[in-house]
Ligand binder design. Sequence first.
Ligand code: FAD
Length: 295
Amino acid sequence: MSKRISDLLANRSRPLLSIEFFPPKDHKGFAILGSSIERMRVIRPDFVTVTYGAGGSTRDLSPVVSEVLGKMGFSPIMPHLTCLGSTRQDLEPVADRMYEAGYRNIMAIRGDPPQDQPGFKPPKDGLLYASELVAFLKNRYPDLCCGVAGYPETHPEAESPEADIRHLKEKLDAGGSFVVTQLFYDNAVYFDFVTRCRRAGIEAPIIPGLLPAVSLSQAQRMSSRCKASFPAELAEQLEKAGGSGPVAEAIGIQWTVKQIDGLLAQGVPGVHLYILNRAKTALAPALEECLSRWR
Ligand SMILES: Cc1cc2nc3c(=O)[nH]c(=O)nc-3n(C[C@H](O)[C@H](O)[C@H](O)COP(=O)(O)OP(=O)(O)OC[C@H]3O[C@@H](n4cnc5c(N)ncnc54)[C@H](O)[C@@H]3O)c2cc1C
């Protein structure tokens, strides 16, 4: 049975490091992920997360990735679970399997409508928001720790920034224990978000999520997909370095290192890295050195 991340956060003597993995789309991707996971063991994250059905990957592979991570010694592992398009009856067996496998942490996420179904309509009695998923999970397994997503630059569908924070609070009031944020490249955006959350009565730890921009096109694509702003200064630096390749990678990593240093200086509860399954990013000397400095 895995430790609860809420306990790790409550008893931490330093900020936690977490890393997100996602299930690759094909066998080749799996082979790459396998060797990445092996090499990433040296980083010793405090917990790892595995996305569910994101980016077109099949949901069936998420448990396989979690299992591989477990076999490689990573713990605790936090599988994500999404609810849009599912009823409580659909979710019961999936959540039961996670619980019975010993996972005591689930990242409770709404998910997005399938891209290949323009007229998508959720089932009549389906769950519409992540707050309902948190309530469902906590009702079924009161000892479960649920993480939830937060959006420093506001979720694209929110009626307003204030409403988005109100809905974030609903997820926490339903039993969510901590927040992991969408990626951002300007720490001021995160600090402002935390201030607004605290003002709205949110007390839970808010872990900043960072995606090292190792390629200009990829980072801009990801940012635009998440509606996160991409600083002109970083874009210019990466462009001057050719957009991708070793020099651009070093620039992107250095930006993340600076972000981490700035975040740690302000006492964040942890840092969550979106490294897109790339051991090369996590093991880049500047980032590895930065991670080992505070851990
Ligand atoms: C840390 C993190 C992990 C993620 N992991 C995955 C993953 O594994 N798989 C995947 O497919 N996607 C994942 N995503 C993407 C996610 O599915 C999308 O961002 C999705 O659009 C919103 O998910 P949510 O859980 O934040 O939704 P919610 O919290 O339900 O919010 C969605 C929108 O609805 C609004 N809202 C909430 N409650 C109400 C209400 N009662 N009335 C009106 N409006 C409301 C919110 O303001 C927001 O605009 C992740 C995102 C993050 C930041």
